[in-house]
Design a protein around this ligand. Structure first.
Ligand SMILES: [Zn+2]
Length: 131
């Protein structure tokens, strides 16, 4: 069976995010947020599909929502690099030591505010509030 999914443009997704937030206010999960955005998009084209990550990234990059990120610490060592929430670059969080040097405490994303300690903190819940 053929799946006829179509990809909306960034502009269409951004408009759908704005409409969904305007209609529903605070949305307390990524899955719910994506469902609401899909509902808006499908008013225009019933074959439209969009991923949770794309909705989240476009909401952050276009400053459409304040996003609270809840996470759970894993046993894995954090690797420097791309933010798992928005794809931005994470920067070291440094602390001064009593010996005058610095020590890395974790990493923070300057775009969305996601942070993690030296053990990787995996996002488990997102709460979206209209800006
Ligand atoms: Zn980020």
């Amino acid at each position: 069976m053929a799946m006829a999914y179509r990809k909306p443009s960034d502009t269409e997704v951004v408009e759908a995010i704005k409409d969904a937030l305007h209609r529903h206010g605070v949305v307390n999960s990524q899955r719910k947020m994506t469902e609401l955005v899909l509902k808006e998009l499908r008013r225009h084209d019933s074959d439209y599909s969009v991923s949770e990550a794309r909705v989240r990234r476009l909401a952050i990059r276009n400053d459409l929502a304040k996003i609270e990120i809840y996470g759970r610490e894993t046993r894995d060592k954090t690797l420097a690099g791309a933010c798992p929430v928005c794809g931005g670059r994470t920067k070291r969080i440094r602390n001064l030591t009593v010996y005058g040097g610095t020590v890395t405490m974790g990493y923070r994303c300057s775009v969305c505010g996601y942070w993690t300690g030296l053990r990787q903190r995996v996002p488990t819940l997102y709460v979206f509030s209209p800006k």
